[in-house]
Design a binder for this molecule. Structure first.
Ligand code: SAH
Length: 228
């Protein structure tokens, strides 16, 4: 594996206390209805506090969202778990993620065995996550980073087994449907009134689409273009 040389201005430490808090978080997600053991195992493995400011170290395992750079947010662990569960990721599947953000969701999918390709429109977040230190639980080799507009997807890397949108979409982006494999699934929070309705779209073998609707969530908006 290629070693990436970067200047890290903080020490990443995963203590017994962090591990204990993570176990509690997993139990609380189980109580809230998350039942996919692969998802729960990934949440248990991936140190969420690595993706947050060190000042938030003690509260990183509460089921809440936090602000990250560029006025964006890292989603609630429940939201991450819910979307990951709907995606039904199998090892080695190629997953396109729209909205890298802190990279926590991407790391969870990588820990589940997916090959993650992630797009972010905020250059500041892209620059930060692209050089995230190598951690053995989610090798950098299984996450590829792109600065771009998620509405466009990545036609050169399509088709994808799964697509996950982690920002509130005003509509289901047609180009992403096009880039989804037959038999693939896309999970998208779709803007509806004040909230986002979690939608899962399955592209059937004959190209037709099946749409399922789940509960309401709250996301930052999916916006057009790149913010340099
Ligand atoms: N998956 C992230 C969630 C971050 S919030 C995490 O685990 O932390 C959603 C992210 O989507 C934000 O960083 C926002 O900048 C990004 N985003 C919004 N519109 C986008 C678009 N059109 N293309 C790519 N990323 C987009």
């Amino acid at each position: 594996m290629a070693k990436i040389e970067i200047a890290i201005d903080r020490v990443f430490e995963d203590t017994y206390r962090h591990k204990g808090l993570r176990k509690k978080l997993v139990e609380s997600l189980r109580e809230k209805g998350i039942s996919d053991e692969n998802v729960l195992d990934a949440i248990n493995k991936v140190p969420r506090h690595f993706f947050l400011d060190t000042a938030l170290d003690e509260i990183a395992y509460e089921d809440r969202s936090f602000s990250i750079d560029a006025d964006q947010t890292i989603s609630h662990p429940y939201t991450v778990a819910f979307q990951s569960q709907l995606l039904e990721v199998k090892p080695n599947q190629i997953v396109l993620e729209i909205g890298t953000g802190s990279m926590y969701q991407g790391a969870i999918l990588a820990a589940m065995g997916a090959k993650v390709i992630t797009i972010e429109r905020q250059k500041k977040l892209y620059d930060k996550t692209k050089f995230f230190p190598l951690v053995k639980e989610y090798p950098q080799t299984s996450i590829r980073f792109f600065l771009g507009d998620g509405f466009e997807g990545l036609p050169n890397y399509a088709p994808f087994d799964k697509i996950i949108i982690t920002c509130g979409a005003p509509f289901i982006p047609p180009k992403l449907i096009h880039q989804l494999k037959a038999g693939g699934k896309m999970v998208v929070p779709l803007a509806q009134d004040e909230h986002h309705k979690m939608i899962r779209i399955t592209k059937n073998e004959d190209g037709s689409l099946t749409e399922e609707s789940f509960s309401d969530f709250s996301f930052v908006p999916m916006l057009r273009g790149i913010n340099k």
